[in-house]
Design a protein around this ligand. Structure first.
Ligand code: GLN
Length: 490
């Protein structure tokens, strides 16, 4: 087995046993990154930084002072500010922005000894479900449908993270999830990703999209790998007022696939009209797998589910329009200053040139729903719906410990397949409700479509019950025994 094919947990064990060095591991991954540039998974490669960090990890391993991720090669979504390393959010407006500080989450990972291979591509400002909106160009999935050479989307917005992990360019990556951006790309690329409870990971230094929804989380090839990363990423941070001041469990140590005594809720509203029969079958298989692991299942109702997408696509753009007001050509990144321009001319020219179409669309929707005449009709109404959705989950969790649903309504699609923005938004139908409620949720690869593409199942837990989510994820992972690999991986 090549070094790049090891799981993060196997890398940890191999490094501890001196089977290979962090420097060797880094070189193998630097080579894999260079050999897979056609995927466009990275906005920036940082091989020299990786070599220096690997050297430090080897020294720490030798001295017995190594952190829990010493020598583990990872990628950081380019939405996390990295000190001294260009951070763009895949937007032209931040081109050339070199943060003078490190995001808390990336600081924790690097502090634990992880080795950063580079910054990972994403939809511009994390707005999208296919990675087609990136100013750095689209990310390509390493997967192809059987018998076809068509390139497929890796999902979004953490598409670079998903592609890089699936193609074995890194052992794990950070993602962010506002309405599904960790879970949906994980499902599309046959990997695992978890969005913890809102507030578990600090948002400090993560470029804001919709602050009341944004949450960081890990993406990796196994549940155990996610557990290792998540434990490092979580934790209280006084620099984020929404950060939860609670102890972080040792998720990996407490992993157990024994689900006896657990009840899994199956929300009937997720059986949407026209649900793809392949997805419906996958879901049924998942129910059987969790029962096999000792859980019982129960039908539950989440009656306001159908209002989740419309509410999300009001709240997220509203917050985005406010967060993105700071990109005005004065303080960060790009500035377009036409001959003889006034200040407002400069704002307009900078923002017109700096933001892509989807970002501009969100800013327009957001400012509209927040405008004086429409605030109550749209924004206030959406906030009320959000509360009802959160209450639905609270009620459902009276009769179950966890929910099982599909992660996405389809397998990965072709570029350009969803040219209508509304059609693209519909792809988030299963991931958005738990985001609005701030709940922990994870996607685990559970099967293949008829043409050999990965499909994921989603587990949604009670607030702060990441461990229960991870445990059920482990049970699914064991039962599904997903061993398929994308074709481009040697
Ligand atoms: N696809 C959703 C959107 O475009 C979710 C994105 C995300 O979670 N960052 O808003």
């Amino acid at each position: 087995m090549s070094l790049t094919d090891l799981t993060l947990s196997q890398m940890r064990a191999g490094l501890a046993a001196r089977a290979f060095s962090a420097a060797e591991l880094a070189e193998a991954h630097i080579a894999a990154v260079a050999a897979n540039r056609h995927l466009n998974a990275f906005t920036l490669e940082t091989p020299d930084l990786a070599r220096a960090q690997a050297e430090a990890a080897d020294a720490a391993l030798k001295a017995g002072t190594a952190g829990p991720l010493a020598g583990v090669p990872i990628g950081i979504k380019d939405l996390f500010c990295t000190k001294g390393v260009e951070t763009t959010a895949a937007s032209n407006i931040l081109k050339g922005f070199v943060p003078p500080y490190e995001s808390t989450v990336s600081a924790k990972l690097l502090g634990a000894g992880a080795v950063m291979l580079g910054k990972l591509n994403l939809d511009e400002f994390a707005m999208g479900s296919s990675n087609e909106t990136s100013a750095a160009g689209r990310v390509i999935s390493p997967w192809k449908a059987s018998g076809s050479d068509a390139e497929l989307v890796p999902g979004g917005s953490s598409g670079g993270s998903a592609s890089a992990v699936a193609a074995r360019l890194v052992a794990g990556a950070t993602g962010t999830d506002t309405g599904g951006s960790i879970r949906q790309p994980a499902a599309f690329t046959g990997i695992t990703g978890i969005k913890p409870t809102y507030g578990r990971c600090s948002r400090y230094g993560i470029i804001a999209f919709a602050s009341s929804l944004d949450q960081a989380g890990p993406m990796a090839r196994t549940v155990e790998d996610c557990a290792h990363l998540l434990a490092v990423m979580c934790g209280h941070d006084p620099r984020d007022t929404t950060s939860l001041d609670l102890p972080v469990p040792d998720f990996a140590a407490a992993l157990s696939s024994d689900l006896r005594g657990k009840t899994i809720g199956i929300p009937r509203e997720y059986r949407i009209d026209g649900l793809d029969p392949v997805i419906a079958r996958l879901w049924d298989d998942g129910i059987a797998m969790l029962r096999q692991a000792g859980a019982s299942t129960v039908d539950v109702a989440l009656p306001h589910t159908k209002y989740a997408l419309p509410a999300y696509y009001i709240i997220a753009p509203a917050e985005a329009s406010s967060n993105l007001a700071r990109y005005d050509g004065v303080r960060y990144g790009a500035r377009v200053l036409p001959e003889g321009a006034s200040l407002s001319d400069m704002y307009e020219a900078t923002r017109a040139a700096g933001f892509g179409k989807e970002v501009q669309r969100r800013i327009m929707i957001g400012t509209y729903v927040l405008s004086a005449g429409f605030y109550d009709a749209y924004y206030t109404q959406a906030q009320k719906v959000r509360t009802l959705i959160a209450r639905d989950f609270e009620a459902a969790f009276q009769s179950c410990d966890l929910l099982l649903t599909p992660t996405a309504p389809s397998a990965a699609f072709a570029f350009g397949a969803k040219a209508d923005p509304l059609e693209m938004y519909l792809n988030d139908v299963f991931t958005v409700p738990s985001s609005l409620a701030g709940l922990p949720a994870m996607s685990v690869p559970a099967g293949l479509s008829a043409d050999g593409l990965p499909l994921g199942l989603q587990l949604i837990g009670r607030p702060l019950e990441e461990q229960t989510v991870l445990n059920a994820g482990l049970a699914l992972e064991k039962a599904a025994n997903f061993t398929a690999k994308p074709g481009t991986v040697a």
